[in-house]
Design a protein around this ligand. Structure first.
Ligand code: TYM
Length: 331
C-alpha cells in the first residue's frame, strides 16, 4: 500500500502556488493511497512567529485543506506538534545525518542569506525534521512543489543511512511526486522569484482567501513586458512573466501550455490578465468561501484536528518504537 505524506507550514496565508503546486494534487491523489496531510507548525517556528498568529494560521491551513477537497474521513489531517514522535524521530535521525548533507540545502542558504551565523539551529536542521515527518509514517510518496524536491531527496538519503547503519530495510525510500507544469509558480511582481508566503509584497501572490476585486487588481498590476503574447511556446523563452501567467492559466483551466499559447496568440497582455482574473475567481471563490465558513466554527476544526492526531499517533507510535528498538534505546 502506498502511503502519502505531505505538509504545509502555517505561516501567513496559503497562495496559488501552494494550491497548484501541492494541495490540488493531494486532492487528486487522495484515493490512490493512505494519506497523511500535516500542518507543520514546528517547521513554522524555524523563523520567529507571533503565537496568536501561529495558532490562527494552523486552523486556517486546516480549513484550506478541507475547503480544497481533502476529506477528513478518507485522509488524516493533523498538526505536527500534536504527535510528539515527529520531534523525537527528528532527533534520532539527526544523529546519523552528516552536516555536509545539510550544507548543500539551497533553501537554508536562501533563508539564512547573509545572516548565517545568527540563523537558528532549527532552520539548519529543518530538512531532518521533514525527513522525520515522512519516515514516522513510513511514507512512500511525497507530493510537493519543485522547491521541496531537494528536501525529499535528503529524506531518502537519511532513510538509506538508517537502514544501512542498522542492517535492515526499516524505512522505505520515499519518492517526491512533482506534478505538471504548475510545480513552480512565480511571483506576480518578478518572474524570476517563486511565489512565496514570505514575500513582503502582497501583490506578488494570489491568496486563497482573496476576493474577486483583489484577484482582478493583482493580475492587472502583475508585471508584464511590452510585447504581445507569442504564438508558439518557444516564444515564451526569456519572458518569465508571460510564461508564468500562461502557466497559471493552463493549470487553472486544465489545459496544456501549448493550448493556452494558441488561445492567446498575438493578444495583448491585458486580455490574458482579464481572462486569468475571471478564471481564478471562478476556481478560488468557492474555496475561499468554504474556508471562511469552516473558520467560523473553531470548535469543529479543533475536533477534526484532534481526531487526526489520534489517527496519526496510532500509526506513528509503533514505527517510532521500532526505530528506538533498533537503535538500542531501553523503553
Ligand atoms: P511550504 O509550506 O513552503 O509549501 C507547501 C507546499 O507548496 C509548494 N509550493 C509551491 N508550489 C508551486 N509554486 C510555488 N510558488 C510554491 N510555493 C510553495 C511547496 O513545494 C510545498 O509542497 N518543507 C515544506 C513543508 C513540509 C513537508 C514535510 C512537505 C514539512 N514537512 C514533509 C512534505 C513532507 C514547506 O516548507 O512547504
Amino acid at each position: 500500500m502506498n502511503r502519502i505524506f505531505s505538509g504545509i507550514q502555517p505561516t501567513n496565508q496559503l497562495h496559488l502556488g501552494n494550491y497548484l503546486g501541492a494541495l490540488r494534487n493531494w486532492v487528486r491523489l487522495q484515493d490512490t493511497a493512505e494519506n497523511f496531510f500535516c500542518v507543520v507548525d514546528l517547521h513554522a517556528l524555524t523563523v520567529p512567529q507571533d503565537p496568536e498568529s501561529l495558532r490562527r494560521s494552523t486552523r486556517e491551513v486546516t480549513a484550506a485543506f478541507i475547503a480544497a477537497g481533502i476529506d477528513p474521513e478518507r485522509s488524516v489531517i493533523f498538526a505536527q506538534s500534536t504527535v510528539p514522535g515527529h520531534a523525537e524521530l527528528g532527533w534520532l535521525l539527526g544523529t546519523l545525518t552528516p552536516m555536509g548533507w545539510l550544507n548543500r540545502m539551497t533553501q537554508f542558504k536562501e533563508k539564512s542569506g547573509k545572516h548565517r551565523e545568527e540563523s537558528g539551529l532549527g532552520l539548519y536542521s529543518y530538512p531532518v525534521l521533514m525527513a522525520a515527518d515522512i519516515l514516522l509514517y513510513k511514507g512512500t510518496h511525497v507530493p510537493v512543489g519543485e522547491d521541496q524536491k531537494q528536501h525529499v531527496e535528503l529524506a531518502r538519503d537519511i532513510a538509506g543511512a538508517f537502514n544501512r547503519r542498522y542492517g535492515v530495510e526499516y524505512f522505505p525510500l520515499p519518492e517526491p511526486v512533482i506534478q505538471g507544469q504548475a510545480a513552480r509558480i512565480m511571483s506576480l511582481r518578478d518572474g524570476s522569484k517563486k511565489m512565496s508566503k514570505s514575500d513582503e509584497s502582497d501583490y506578488s501572490r494570489i491568496n486563497l482567501t482573496d476576493d474577486a476585486d483583489a484577484i482582478a487588481l493583482k493580475f492587472r498590476k502583475a508585471k508584464s513586458d511590452s510585447d504581445n503574447l507569442p504564438d508558439t511556446k518557444d516564444g515564451l523563452t526569456g519572458r518569465p512573466e508571460a510564461e508564468n501567467l500562461i502557466t497559471i492559466y493552463a493549470a487553472l483551466s486544465e489545459q496544456s501550455v501549448d493550448q493556452v499559447v494558441a488561445q492567446f496568440a498575438g493578444s495583448q497582455f491585458s486580455k490574458l490578465k482579464t481572462e486569468l482574473a475571471d478564471l481564478a475567481v471562478e476556481k478560488l471563490a468557492p474555496i475561499g468561501a468554504r474556508m471562511r465558513e469552516l473558520m467560523s466554527d473553531q470548535a469543529e476544526l479543533d475536533r477534526l484536528l484532534k481526531l487526526g492526531t489520534e489517527r496519526a499517533a496510532a500509526v506513528a507510535n509503533p514505527i517510532l518504537r521500532g526505530a528506538q528498538d533498533l537503535m538500542g534505546l531501553v523503553r
